[in-house]
Design a protein around this ligand. Structure first.
Ligand SMILES: [Zn+2]
Length: 426
């Protein structure tokens, strides 16, 4: 259901190498556990009538929150991972305590609505993250803010960087879906991203990897106001670079400034030259990352596609010139991300669902589905309190869980491919 929304029971059975009888029995067990439901397949499908597998309407729920420089939004998802918007708002002030309290009340509302069905809260933050802590959030001027207070009662909390999670969404369901090793970059204020291998972000020991904007691809004499390092790439690829090139003061909102310069580039030679310069710096840095990581594809989100589209030639020239010679014959394609706005939310949902469908997650859910233990969370009903204690899950554990889940998927895929070969006519 997650990999191929709308899959029929017949197709799922074929992929798993299951007989019709086994598939029927397994699906009915999953239905009893409120995990999977079936709806009639649209008529016109060839062959015998079958049904489409959908998430059970009373099944597990993941809450995802995207905290950005200018506000937040939340969405929930059932087992198919499709985000359904819940709430959004401005961030009133930047005081960490108030922001945490605001998000905590959003979680509390979701908990009242979904009861024990709410299995994990997964937060994407436009900031550098280590475990559940935000260690550097430039626009809020936060240093070391713990988000653990967003959840209570042992509900698992995942916290990830927005560009990292956008990369997860692209690799699993978006523009890099068909690949196993993809590099994602988001250009907003500065640039961040992640290498994703087999659907799992290569996020380092504490989840803080992928701070590509702080690679010293820039001017070694200038100190980065965000991180304190010298020569950061960040300062070459966003609105701050454009403003320097155009002789403007540092813009209060570099994102907005970039969109304005891009819009002006059509009829303004100076603006066009500035965008070309920035696009060149972007292409050069991506070449360095490709040399280092050897991805199959590079996905580009945020303002990246607009920058490239405005100065395609400058971008491509710098990209090719920065590549090692042996790569130039068939460089990995750089493509626009499939998810522009909701990539971080979708990635947060993906990693939250990994916790739900891992062995421990399914065991805990199943144990709660016995007679007298139903947790439907339907409107007007009061859910019983949770009985299975679940401790806080840290960033590194999150990535381990995600990695395990993906390995399992790949094993299944290999098995399924093996079955396909076995079935192929000679
Ligand atoms: Zn820096």
């Amino acid at each position: 259901m997650r990999r191929q929304p709308g899959i029929t029971r017949a197709e799922a059975a074929r992929r798993q190498g299951l007989s019709t009888g086994s598939a029927t029995e397994i699906v009915s067990r999953l239905r009893r556990l409120s995990l999977v439901d079936e709806v009639p397949a649209p008529s016109g499908a060839r062959g015998r009538p079958t049904s489409v597998l959908v998430p059970h309407p009373d099944g597990p729920v993941v809450l995802a929150i995207d905290l950005r420089h200018n506000g937040w939004e939340s969405a929930y998802a059932l087992l198919d991972g499709e985000p359904k918007p819940l709430a959004s708002g401005a961030v009133a002030g930047q005081d960490p305590g108030r922001v945490v309290a605001r998000l905590a009340s959003a979680v509390a509302r979701a908990r009242r609505r979904f009861g024990g069905r709410l299995r994990a809260v997964s937060v994407a933050v436009a900031a550098t993250v280590r475990d559940s802590r935000v260690v550097q959030f430039d626009t809020f001027r936060w240093e070391d803010v713990d988000l653990a207070g967003i959840v209570t009662g042992g509900l698992p909390l995942l916290v990830g960087n927005d560009a990292t999670l956008a990369g997860v969404a692209e690799a699993r369901r978006g523009a890099a879906k068909a690949t196993r090793t993809s590099l994602h970059l988001t250009v907003l204020v500065g640039v961040g991203g992640i290498l994703v291998v087999d659907g799992a972000p290569v996020a380092g020991a504490t989840g803080a990897a992928g701070e590509f904007g702080h690679l010293p691809f820039g001017d070694p004499s200038s100190e980065c106001p965000s991180c304190g390092a010298k020569g950061c790439w960040d300062l070459q690829v966003d609105g701050r670079a454009l403003a320097r090139l155009l002789g403007d003061p540092a813009p209060p909102d570099p994102y907005r400034y970039t969109t304005e310069v891009i819009a002006a580039a059509e009829g303004d030679d100076w603006a066009r030259a500035a965008v070309a310069h920035v696009a060149g710096a972007l292409g050069r840095g991506i070449a360095g990352l490709v040399n280092a990581y050897d991805p199959e594809v590079v996905t580009l989100g945020g303002l990246g596609p607009q920058l490239v589209g405005t100065a395609e030639e400058a971008f491509q020239n710098s990209y090719r010139q920065g590549l090692m010679r042996f790569r130039r014959g068939s460089p990995p394609p750089i493509i626009a991300a499939a998810y522009r706005q909701d990539g971080p939310l979708r990635g947060a949902i993906e990693l939250g669902l990994d916790l739900v469908v891992c062995e421990a997650g399914l065991s805990a859910w199943s144990a709660e589905q016995g007679p007298g233990h139903r947790t439907t969370g339907s409107a007007g009903r009061v859910d019983r309190p949770r009985t299975v204690p679940q401790e806080l899950v840290t960033g590194s554990e999150m990535y381990e869980a995600s990695h395990r889940a993906r390995n399992q998927e790949h094993q299944e895929q290999r098995k399924s491919n093996g079955n396909k070969r076995a079935e192929a006519p000679r």
